[in-house]
Design a protein around this ligand. Structure first.
Ligand code: PBG
Length: 326
């Protein structure tokens, strides 16, 4: 059927028609809200490059979690700023480390909140790399053992899910084994399976104070030019026991999200990262775009490309908008 018999505009006539044939829906239940936890008491520190996002001290988490839950955002992912850093990131698996305390606080004060944790060393190492350094290199195999300790310490503190973001080879298997040996076989791993060496992480590195002090992350994070390699990375993580595959960043990598969705039957997550958030905020601040509409459109695009779960700094704002629409 072609024009004039077929007229696509018939079904766009009004919002009821549009809503009947809408293929993709966003819902607050599929959003994960990232939280930055800092030492101290009563702290709520603004992050200049991420307007609306704050570094919170542990005592602020109850209030934050309650606000999220009220909006229908029931999952968070935690990033920590430790008191001290060292060469091997030992703060990342300290029993009373910043994240371990945050998990306990959340599980005590807001037990309905699903708490996942970022498993990586870069916020905890004095050199800012995601693994430990031997010679001039980020040493893969020496880092695995530390990452497994980090993941285990999170599970012991009560985390519901761990999310390794370091991009060391073999870390999913190592973490799975450590969890299983310690009776945490029911704790899922959401793997940052396909994580690119991206300039979109800029604001996050300010927020979490984790810029590499020398070199960059290109010897472990993926080259933005590659898409077939994404399938190899994802395949490895499936083999190693990942439960959810994540693509990061999101909007510049919709082709990768879509590819993974086609090729794999695990749930797909996508991380709308700090730079994606900052760009929308900055342009909106200047009055150049409509913040709410661009937020909703970009999250919808990520979903349409194939993401089941979206990690986003807009989680609360999007949930609010969804509530308003009904
Ligand atoms: C830790 C980590 C990073 C992000 C999530 N986990 C930074 C990095 O890899 O440099 C970035 C998240 C964001 O930009 O919002 N490795």
């Amino acid at each position: 059927m072609i024009f004039p018999e077929y007229r696509p505009r018939r079904l766009r006539k009004n919002e009821v028609f549009r809503s009947l044939i809408r293929e993709t829906q966003l819902s607050a239940g599929q959003l994960i809200y990232p939280l930055f936890i800092m030492p101290g008491k009563n702290k709520r520190e603004a992050i200049p490059s991420m307007p609306g996002v704050f570094r919170l001290s542990v005592d602020q988490l109850k209030k934050e979690a309650e606000e999220c839950l009220k909006l229908g955002v029931r999952a968070v992912i935690l990033f920590g700023l430790p008191e001290k850093k060292d060469g091997v990131g030992s703060g990342a698996h300290a029993r009373d480390g910043i994240i371990q305390r945050a998990i306990k606080e959340l599980k005590n004060k807001a037990p309905e909140m699903m708490v996942s944790t970022d498993v990586c060393l870069c916020e905890y190492t004095d050199h800012g790399h995601c693994g430990c350094i031997i010679g001039n290199e980020v040493d893969n195999d020496a880092t695995l053992e530390i990452l497994a300790k980090v993941a285990l310490s999170h599970a012991q503190a009560g985390a519901d899910m761990v999310a390794p973001s370091d991009m060391m080879d073999g870390r999913v298997a190592e973490i799975r084994a450590a969890l299983d040996e310690n009776n945490f076989e029911m704790i899922p791993i959401m793997s940052y399976a396909v994580k690119y060496a991206s300039a979109f992480y800029g604001p996050f590195r300010e927020a979490a104070d984790c810029s590499p002090q020398f070199g960059d992350r290109r010897s472990y994070q993926m080259d933005p030019a590659n898409s077939r390699e994404a399938l190899r990375e994802a395949n490895l993580d499936v083999e190693e026991g990942a439960d959810i595959l994540m693509v990061k960043p999101a909007l510049a990598y919709l082709d990768i999200i879509s590819k993974l969705k086609e090729e794999f039957d695990l749930p797909i997550a996508a991380y709308q990262v700090s730079g994606e958030y900052a760009m929308i905020k900055a342009a909106a601040e200047k009055g150049w775009i409509d913040e709410k509409r661009v937020m909703a459109e970009s999250l919808l695009a990520i979903k349409r490309a194939g993401a089941d779960i979206i990690l986003t700094y807009f989680a609360k704002d999007m949930a609010k908008l969804l509530k308003e629409q009904w």
